[in-house]
Design a protein around this ligand. Structure first.
Ligand code: PAF
Length: 282
């Protein structure tokens, strides 16, 4: 596995692979890697000749300075995990390398980026579009892999790809969970022991809501999930929205779409956790 820190080194490696006719898969990450990331690498490993993983905590997607400052950074452990997972190249650039000058691009991401995370984290998705478009331009991958935990992010990246005319396949990989149902997240390490016991209630209540939904309206289901979680200690729902799985726009009835997903953000103490569940799969 080659660990690469500069864009020029990365580009020359990639052009060598491409000249040999190799198919390249990219797994963009912000490090603090866990089994969820490993499942993306496993997926990429099966489908490509070369697997490139980027590890970069992208400052432009953090709308909260404290969140950026406390974001976990575990580079040595990340390299060990990636080596064991069979990655070929790890790209770990500095902030100065990626942003020698401020990135002032504003992407016209439209409605998919305006709701949920877009509404609660102003600028977040523009920052994601900035870094992912830079990575796509540097690596020129045939496929790129993203986890469905960040369900809305995948729709936003698809929109950015359409806007920029990148020719690659975006592969969405299923959420990885702990045995008790908690979605794997780099932020989980910040939960206290008590919060860690409480956090699996998010997925438990989402699952229960699927039964509830069979005899209740969308509006009642939103209230059921929100009220059940808010009734628990240390839990505060930021939003729960039930949306069309492609457009991310809220649906008002279960007949509104063939793909309906509930997307939640919950504060468990200070830690912001996100998760989602499909009510109707495509
Ligand atoms: O999902 C993430 O970890 C990040 O948003 C991404 C896609 C790596 C961009 O920084």
């Amino acid at each position: 596995m080659q660990v690469v820190k500069t864009i020029s080194e990365l580009k020359s490696l990639i052009s060598g692979f491409k000249n040999e006719g190799k198919v390249v898969g990219l797994v963009p990450t912000m490090g603090a890697l866990h089994a969820g990331h490993k499942s993306l690498v496993d997926c990429a490993r099966k489908e490509n000749d070369i697997v490139v993983v980027s590890v970069f905590v992208n400052p432009t997607q953090f709308n909260n300075k404290q969140d950026l400052a406390t974001y976990p950074r575990t580079e040595a452990a990340d390299c060990r995990l990636l080596e064991a997972a069979g990655a070929d190249v790890v790209f770990m650039p500095s902030v100065e390398e990626v942003y020698p000058e401020p990135d002032t691009r504003v992407f016209d991401l439209g409605a998919v980026a305006e709701v949920m995370e877009g509404a609660h984290r102003p600028g977040h998705f523009n920052g994601v579009a900035q870094i992912v478009s830079k990575l796509f331009a540097m690596v020129n991958p045939d496929r790129a892999y993203f986890g469905e935990k960040d369900f809305q992010q995948i729709a936003v990246i698809r929109k950015m790809v359409e806007l920029e005319g990148f020719k690659l396949e975006i592969v969405a990989c299923p959420i990885k969970r702990e045995d008790d149902g908690l979605a794997l997240s780099s932020r989980n390490v910040r939960l206290t022991a008590e919060q860690r016991m409480l956090a699996p209630n998010i997925f438990r209540i989402l699952k229960e809501s699927r039964n509830f939904a069979s005899t209740h309206t969308v509006e009642e289901t939103i209230a059921y999930v929100t009220d059940s979680l808010n009734a628990l200690p240390q839990m505060e729902v930021e939003y729960y929205e039930i949306v069309d799985g492609s457009t991310m726009q809220p649906v008002r009835s279960w007949d509104a779409s063939s793909h309906i997903v509930g997307c939640i953000t919950v504060y468990c103490g200070e830690v912001r956790l996100i998760d989602n569940i499909a009510y109707k799969a495509n």
